[in-house]
Design a binder for this molecule. Structure first.
Ligand code: SF4
Length: 163
């Protein structure tokens, strides 16, 4: 974990019910009425990327989205989180940190954030209460696009490292 970062993480996350506006474009949650796929955007996709239905997205909200997501398998242990990460790295240019205790500590932090704040946020960055920004902090984030990964070959928390 980098100096100056916050191990436990998160505050005010449930302000995520507030959808941020910027400019004249406002993003919303959308739900495919065929397969319940959830999408965040200015409008729902024309073709559902999961089931292929056309023009199937209706406006949703965070309560509905979290209930739908909650219908899936509960992730309640460090091992389940690590399984998800191991599946994620398959065939990629990065892998998990070789130090098992680092991976387990980060998995505990992610689980703690899920318990306290509803989503599996990054354990070493602080959420803002702004949904648009905070969704970028759900682990795994889009770290390959970030400067720190390009320069240091690892994500901000050193969870994922270049092979
Ligand atoms: S992948 Fe992103 S969200 Fe996950 S631990 Fe690394 S920096 Fe945090």
């Amino acid at each position: 974990m980098k100096p100056g970062t916050n191990a436990s993480g998160i505050s005010n996350c449930f302000n995520i019910l507030r959808i941020q506006c910027y400019g004249t474009m406002k993003k919303h949650l959308w739900r495919c009425h065929v397969c319940n796929d959830i999408h965040l955007g200015i409008k729902g996709p024309e073709v559902c990327p999961t089931c292929g239905a056309r023009n199937a997205f209706a406006r949703s909200d965070m309560n509905e989205a979290l209930k739908i997501i909650g219908e899936g398998e509960d992730v309640t242990s460090k091992e389940q989180i690590i399984d998800i990460w191991e599946e994620f790295i398959r065939g990629k240019e990065f892998t998990l940190n070789k130090e098992r205790h680092v991976v387990e500590t980060l998995a505990s932090g992610v689980l703690e954030n899920q318990k306290n704040h509803g989503l599996r946020f990054c354990p070493c960055r602080i959420t803002t209460g702004d949904l648009e920004k905070d969704l970028k902090l759900v682990c795994p984030c889009n770290f390959p696009a970030q400067k720190i990964y390009k320069e240091e070959s690892e994500c901000w928390c050193s969870l994922f490292v270049k092979r």
